[in-house]
Write a protein that binds this ligand. Structure first.
Ligand code: ARG
Length: 475
């Protein structure tokens, strides 16, 4: 057996079970690129500070280049007995270039090294997720553009509530995704500080320049406190929290689309390219991708919870428990990217069933609130009415709510819609109704009345759409 890089004081080698149990190479090899990046910056700094010769630095840099190429060509042999990505690369470098490699770990510990790698990895992962968020936003805005003017029932408590433009709903998803992106960007700013040179926990007496490595690696600055630098995992907690919120958002879109694809709703049809079938029921065409988007949100939340529990109560500074921080992060990132990608593809491959939706619109008195608003506005044009309600300017909303509630009651007993009630019937409930009431009834009329900022009326929605088209650079 090869002597471990830390093997000096040991008289026995570790058992196979311990070796298998403590290794992290099986998954942390994903960090290789960032590990090599960190080592390059570190070696250059050590040479600059006179802690190694320029020729040692050069052979280290050349060796690292070779190792990176081998890894990328799939020719590098990852060894479990070399424990983790850091020691695999360092030991391979020693095999390759000999003595100079032994200088690389000067003023560095795996504790600050792993965090340097991990922060760099997370920074790239955030950038990748941001581009997938944008891709989904573009797909949603494009879908909205294709469905101009389509009115759908809006629901609260899953009961018919008010009419909304489909575009309005799709742009609501886009807004949520924009905040998701904002959370990731915030996290990226806080994450982008450099732990390298904090060493095991106490820093070092060697004359290193942490500002130099920090700058070379694109960090804002070195972390101020070496104990904090090797202890902190809140950057990943924050990252996975942001991912969890994305996952929750996507799960809600998933749920909506799965429901809308059902026979009962029939509001949308996914194309065959984003559907799957049943092994027993020949007729089935299922919206599985969005069901899995809903389902995989559980993993992403689970990853966050794993990390939260992992960090709870851990004393400062490094504890080996912290090796367990990587898999949840890798899983969360992989899952979130898959969810975003598939949601975008789904959005590009669904058709809204205009006829079916149109047929569904008359049910549920979606125009009732518009009618209540009519009364509020109506009376304000007729000051004498204000007098009979003992209030200046308009039927008080509570009163109009009650009046319209009775009108709805009337519809329920006659099994009809508000617009089917005659003016006499309406006036028998309250004389405030006039002939122009019919301009407010029916979903088409009703939706035209929504005109205040952020509402679902055509003009408000058109200006939202315009905003997103220019913000997302869609042509
Ligand atoms: N593989 C370790 C991890 O991921 C690297 C740091 C190990 N440090 C140590 N002192 N054993 O946490």
């Amino acid at each position: 057996k090869e002597t471990k890089l830390w093997g000096g004081r040991f008289e026995e080698s570790v058992t196979d079970a311990v070796e298998r149990f403590t290794e992290s190479i099986s998954y942390d090899k994903q960090l290789y690129k960032h590990d090599i990046m960190g080592s390059r910056a570190h070696a250059s700094m050590l040479a600059h500070q006179g802690l190694m010769s320029d020729s040692d630095r050069d052979s280290i840099l050349q060796g690292l280049d070779k190792i990176e190429k081998q890894i990328e060509a799939g020719k590098f042999v990852w060894r479990t007995d070399r424990e983790d990505v850091h020691m695999n690369i360092e030991a391979a470098l020693t095999d390759l270039i000999g003595e100079p490699a032994k200088k690389l770990h000067t003023a560095r510990s795996r504790n600050d090294q792993v965090l340097t790698d991990f922060r760099l990895w997370c920074r790239d992962a955030i950038d990748a997720i941001l581009s997938f968020i944008k891709r989904l936003q573009v797909s949603l805005v494009t879908l909205a553009e294709k469905n101009e003017g389509l009115i759908v029932p809006g629901y609260t408590h899953m009961q018919r509530a008010q009419p909304v433009l489909l575009q309005h709903l799709l742009l609501a998803y886009v807004e949520q995704l924009e905040r998701d992106a904002g959370r990731l960007l915030d996290c990226r700013v806080r994450l982008n500080f450099c732990p390298l040179g904090a060493c095991a926990l106490a820093g070092t007496g060697l004359p290193i320049d942490r500002f130099m490595t920090s700058k070379a690696l694109g960090f804002t600055a070195p972390l101020r406190n070496s104990i904090d630098a090797v202890s902190d995992r809140d950057f990943v907690l924050e990252f996975l929290s942001a991912n969890s919120i994305i996952a929750i958002h996507l799960s809600r879109i998933g749920e909506e689309w799965v429901m809308w694809a059902s026979e009962e709703f029939g509001f949308l049809t996914p194309s065959d390219s984003v559907s799957t079938g049943s092994s027993i029921m020949p007729q089935k065409k299922n919206p599985d991708p969005m069901e899995l988007v809903r389902g995989k949100s559980a993993r992403v939340v689970g990853d966050l919870v794993s990390l939260l529990v992992l960090c709870k109560g851990l004393p400062h500074a490094y504890n080996r428990d912290l090796q367990e921080d990587k898999e949840p992060v890798f899983d969360s990132v992989k899952t979130i990217i898959g969810m975003l990608e598939v949601s975008a593809e789904f959005a590009q491959n669904i058709t809204f069933n205009q006829e079916r939706i149109k047929k569904a619109l008359p049910a549920g008195h979606l125009d009732a609130t518009t009618l209540a608003d009519y009364l509020v506005k109506k009376a304000s044009h007729y000051p004498w009415l204000a007098h009979c309600f003992y209030l200046p300017g308009g039927v008080p909303f509570r009163t109009s709510h009650d009046i319209v509630g009775r009108a709805v009651g009337c519809c329920v007993s006659k099994n009809c819609q508000l617009q089917d009630l005659s003016l006499d019937e309406l006036r028998s409930i309250n004389p405030v109704f006039e002939k122009d009431v019919y301009e407010f009834l029916g979903v088409e009329n009703s939706i035209k009345k929504f005109c205040s900022y952020g509402s679902t009326g055509a003009e408000c929605v058109a200006s939202q759409l315009e905003y997103w088209i220019s913000k997302l650079n869609i042509d």
